[in-house]
Design a protein around this ligand. Structure first.
Ligand SMILES: NC(=O)C1=CN([C@@H]2O[C@H](COP(=O)(O)OP(=O)(O)OC[C@H]3O[C@@H](n4cnc5c(N)ncnc54)[C@H](OP(=O)(O)O)[C@@H]3O)[C@@H](O)[C@H]2O)C=CC1
Ligand SMILES: O=C(O)C1=N[C@H](C(=O)O)C[C@H](O)C1
Length: 272
């Protein structure tokens, strides 16, 4: 009998799904108890370890999230917005921790998580689970608060060519932090797509640029550009294990917490 928390991983065959499974099986603080994929996926019914090309892990990939979540203490979910909403409803029914790494959720989709948090899920959601990026959000807020609108804020993110959403979840976290530092709402100042005759830059705007290419894991610059100088705050991720380890930490942190919505600043004790 394994006394450590049992963890389910959704999107088990994905880049992050496989990374999470590797990290969980190497941890002595938790154990892999379920692996979920979408109905019709070729991995359904196979042992997840052998499907990944390694040794058997004794966990069969399933498309039955309700049944899987009934057997675990936490689910770690790096999938897609609509899938994540369905998993949140199941996590609420099971009364478990739901760690959400999925990005690209609209404001409306994010708002739809509230009922799940009210009904029993302990939701920990962040567009980036790394300590470095979460620290960078605090630094961004601080620098933005110290500088006036003579410093144009631009957020530049680079990712691999398989990424489907832009700007990245991390870029949006950094944008929110900059806007908060300036005491404005990001929605009012966000400039997300320049093309053609755009006119001159509006003072106070926060601009976003997305680069997609090759196998870039994830790079983010927050630039404060003024006449005669530029300040650039940068985070470079070179290994997805970084995100997976943050997610594992969140799954453990959530044990015994009251149902509700939390983020990585709560987990890392960086709020304030
Ligand atoms: N917060 C963070 O720190 C990080 C967040 N991310 C985010 O995580 C998400 C996944 O990224 P990544 O692993 O690179 O993407 P992948 O496309 O490699 O993986 C996504 C996985 O989710 C599966 N999936 C989609 N819908 C369902 C469903 N209904 N039920 C079960 N599984 C489903 C996909 O299956 P199929 O292939 O069949 O579609 C796929 O296996 C993205 O939103 C990304 O931005 C990534 C890294 C870090
Ligand atoms: O899709 C990715 O790969 C990543 N997504 C997250 C994001 O959208 O910011 C985090 C990380 O940068 C990798």
């Amino acid at each position: 009998m394994n006394e450590t928390p049992g963890i389910a991983v959704t999107g088990a065959s994905g880049r992050m799904g496989q990374m999470l499974i590797r990290e969980i099986t190497e941890s002595d603080k938790m154990h892999l108890a379920a692996a979920v994929e979408r109905p019709g996926h070729e991995w359904i019914g196979q042992d997840v370890g052998t499907a990944m090309g390694g040794t058997e892990l004794g966990v069969t990939v399933t498309d039955d999230a309700a049944q899987a979540f009934g057997q675990v203490q936490a689910v770690i979910d790096f999938t897609a917005p609509q899938a994540t909403l369905a998993f949140a409803a199941e996590a609420a029914k099971a009364g478990i921790v739901h760690v959400i790494g999925t990005t690209g959720m609209s404001d409306d989709e994010i708002a739809q998580l509230a009922p799940a948090a009210k009904d029993g899920a302990v939701i920990v959601r962040a567009g980036n689970m790394s300590l470095g990026v979460n620290l960078l959000t605090q630094l961004t807020k601080q620098v933005a608060a110290a500088l006036d609108v003579d410093y144009d804020i631009e957020i530049i993110e680079s990712h691999h060519n398989q990424k489907v959403d832009a700007p990245s979840g991390t870029a949006l976290m950094l944008g929110e932090a900059a806007a908060e530092g300036r005491g404005v709402a990001l929605a009012d100042v966000s400039d997300r797509g320049r093309d053609g005759i755009t006119g001159v830059r509006k003072p106070g705007d926060i601009g976003f640029t997305a680069i997609r290419g090759g196998d870039i894991v994830g790079e983010h610059d927050v630039m404060f550009a003024a006449a005669g100088e530029r300040i650039i705050l940068r985070h470079v991720a070179s290994d997805r294990a970084l995100f997976a380890r943050g997610a594992l930490k969140a799954a453990l942190w959530g044990q015994g917490k009251a149902p509700g919505e939390y983020d990585m600043l709560d987990v890392l004790g960086l709020k304030g």
